[in-house]
Design a protein around this ligand. Structure first.
Ligand code: OGA
Ligand code: NI
Length: 358
């Protein structure tokens, strides 16, 4: 598969590899230069593949820079997001995703509850799916996150809001596809191995706003409780406030994912863990916003084609040739996890491992 350029700007000179930035947190997700993906330097590309493989094996988390998404578009997304979240609550709630047939729109405060120990996670959000024509079969069939997106009319410039979100969604779809090409290479599969998997993939762009938690909040207060992501890969843009943490199994502790300007925090979701038969980690992470500041982040969740059945990738079978998980259709998996965390508001099986964590 041809590398999909994420921007109109062609990166033809792979920059120097940045395996470590000076203030990288020890044990935190490494910062990886993604530009060799777009270039012709096969040695640099091999290094990229190796760095991504190591990160997928270790924590299932890494960060990418020189990924091709323009910084001004990232900034424009944050501006539009802040503009929306600053609206009065009654206006935001008009777009409530819970009553949208495809679960697109405004995510109310505390409507998700990952750990199930508080009234809910201290965040609000907004979900956008891909822009699909009305006669697209997924729209006709009412598939989850595949319908008519809602664009709030109360923001300062509704046209700019819609245009920015659509452009960003498209570029992030390209970037997620490119990241999966690298993941395929890390497993010694061809660069285009995931082509069918990526075709018409579920792709959710989520704006998130985490207010600072109250000074007297309980110790169990969470911006987003500990969880793993549902799909194949998540690309998260965070502002400079901080508060995201990733679980470190060897020490059973949490490590801060220090904001790196312009970088995407990339993490593998449950689909990739199952697909790779646990070769790769889909790791726990959470947000606790004790900074006293408003925090904004923009994750992009790429799940795979909803009808694709994930079994076990070649070369990832156990020693006896077997797989740990039964095959699962992507849409069934995503729907189940979405319902479990939004509509039932209960903690999940993976939290049993957390009980041991301080
Ligand atoms: C998520 C998530 C982290 C963040 O939305 O799944 O983990 O920093 N977000 O917002
Ligand atoms: Ni997450």
């Amino acid at each position: 598969m041809e590398a999909i350029q994420s921007t109109t700007q062609v990166i033809d000179q792979p920059r120097r590899l940045l395996s470590l930035v000076p203030d990288e947190v020890p044990g935190g997700p490494p910062v990886i230069d993604f530009s060799p993906f777009y270039g012709n330097d096969t040695v640099a590309k091999d290094v990229l593949v190796e760095q991504v493989r190591d990160a997928c094996l270790a924590k299932g988390f890494f960060q990418i820079v020189n990924h091709g998404i323009p910084e001004d578009l990232q900034q424009a997304m944050f501006e539009q997001s802040k503009d929306f979240f600053s609206l009065p609550i009654e206006q935001k709630e008009k777009y409530d995703k819970a009553s949208h047939p495809n679960k697109l729109g405004y995510e109310r405060f505390r409507s998700q509850n990952f750990e199930g120990k508080t009234a809910g996670d201290l965040k609000e959000g907004f979900f956008f799916g891909p822009t699909l024509p009305k006669d697209h079969p997924f729209v006709q069939q009412g598939r989850i996150h595949c319908g008519t997106n809602m664009y709030p009319s109360e923001v300062s410039d509704p046209e700019v809001f819609e245009k920015t979100v659509k452009q960003y969604h498209q570029l992030m779809t390209n970037l997620a596809t490119n990241v999966l090409s690298v993941v395929a290479m890390t497993l010694n599969l061809g660069e285009d191995y995931f082509k069918q998997f990526c075709h018409d993939s579920g792709a959710v762009l989520r704006l998130l706003h985490y207010p600072p938690q109250a000074a007297d909040a309980s110790e169990e207060e969470r911006g987003i409780g500990a969880h793993t992501d549902f799909g194949s890969v998540t690309l998260l843009l965070q502002d400079d406030v901080g508060g995201l943490q990733v679980f470190d199994k060897p020490t059973m502790s949490w490590i801060d994912v220090k904001p790196t300007p312009g970088a995407y925090v990339v993490n593998l979701g449950n689909v990739m863990m199952r697909y790779s038969n646990d070769t790769y980690v889909s790791n726990l992470h959470r947000v606790i916003n004790k900074t006293g500041k408003e925090r904004y982040s923009i994750p992009f969740f790429f799940s795979g084609n909803p009808d694709f059945v994930v079994d076990c990738l070649p070369g990832c079978e156990d020693a006896d040739g077997k797989c740990k998980y039964p095959p699962v259709r992507i849409e069934d998996w995503i729907f189940g996890r979405h319902t479990n965390t939004f509509e039932k508001g209960k903690g999940m099986e993976e939290l049993s491992s957390l009980a041991k964590v301080a």
